[in-house]
Design a protein around this ligand. Structure first.
Ligand code: ADP
Ligand code: ADP
Ligand code: ZN
Length: 215
């Protein structure tokens, strides 16, 4: 099964994608994670996108489509979860064409609905483990032992994203409403859209997603 998790910054896409990977053996393709990895490894592309990302703007369609195209050749296990991609209509068209060229298709687009105030709260409290990538939150998902990752036991490796501040978040939200939200209508018209309430606790949201994928 190939699915898209669609939703504004902080909606919980990464959190739910990690669960689907653990529970269903799916493969998560997060363009945000790929771009951050390119920055850390200091590639030319990584340097090129750094300022754009920190400001909360979208990087070019060409770059992210290229990243996804490279990954689609890898083994997909239980299918791909597209997380944070597509974000524009051009990216959505490109994804459709790429999947078709592999003889694959898209099964569902899960729109995670979360209101703007909750997004600000989620984003400003977000941190992750620099070792294993596990996501946390100051209020909603604290590690069992302060400063130690529940998943990999790394100590003192937590980090926060430079774009998880209120100003960059406003820009990211604007990009979502302007460039990404048209995908809701696009996938509705293609009969792929499943809308779920993303406001409950992490387990509840996971149950909504399972229900949407089953139905
Ligand atoms: P969020 O957690 O806010 O949904 P991501 O980690 O998915 O954010 O993306 C972080 C940043 O990386 C974005 O603000 C944007 O600059 C860039 N980015 C990620 N995916 C895309 C994409 N599909 N198209 C354009 N830019 C992207
Ligand atoms: P996205 O990938 O859509 O940007 P994340 O999965 O990184 O979002 O979630 C943003 C922040 O909100 C993280 O700190 C995460 O731990 C937290 N979070 C995710 N889902 C929920 C939820 N259902 N309730 C409360 N907090 C959540
Ligand atoms: Zn860890």
């Amino acid at each position: 099964m190939n699915i898209i998790l669609l939703g504004p910054p902080g909606a919980g896409k990464g959190t739910q994608a990690h669960r689907l990977v653990a529970e269903r053996g799916m493969v998560q393709l997060s363009t945000g994670d790929m771009l951050r990895a390119a920055r850390v490894s200091g590639t030319e592309m990584g340097k090129q996108v750094a300022a754009v990302m920190d400001a909360g703007k979208l990087v070019t369609d060409e770059i992210v489509i290229g990243l996804i195209a490279e990954q689609l050749d890898s083994a997909s296990g239980g299918g791909f979860i597209f997380d944070g991609f597509p974000r524009t209509l051009a990216q959505a068209d490109a994804l459709g064409a790429l999947l078709e060229s592999k003889g694959a298709s898209l099964d569902a687009v899960v729109e995670m609905q979360v209101d703007d105030e909750a997004l600000v709260e989620r984003i400003t409290g977000r941190f992750t483990c620099g070792e294993c990538g596990e996501g946390y939150h100051d209020t909603f998902k604290k590690p069992a032992v302060e400063n130690i990752c529940d998943k990999c036991d790394a100590e003192g490796k937590f980090k926060r994203r430079p774009d998880d501040n209120e100003e960059a978040l406003r820009t990211r939200l604007m990009a979502y409403y302007k460039d990404t939200s048209p995908l809701i209508g696009y996938y509705y018209a293609k009969n792929k859209l499943k809308r779920i309430d993303g406001l409950g606790e992490i387990d509840e949201v996971a149950a909504h997603i399972s229900g949407a994928l089953a139905g």
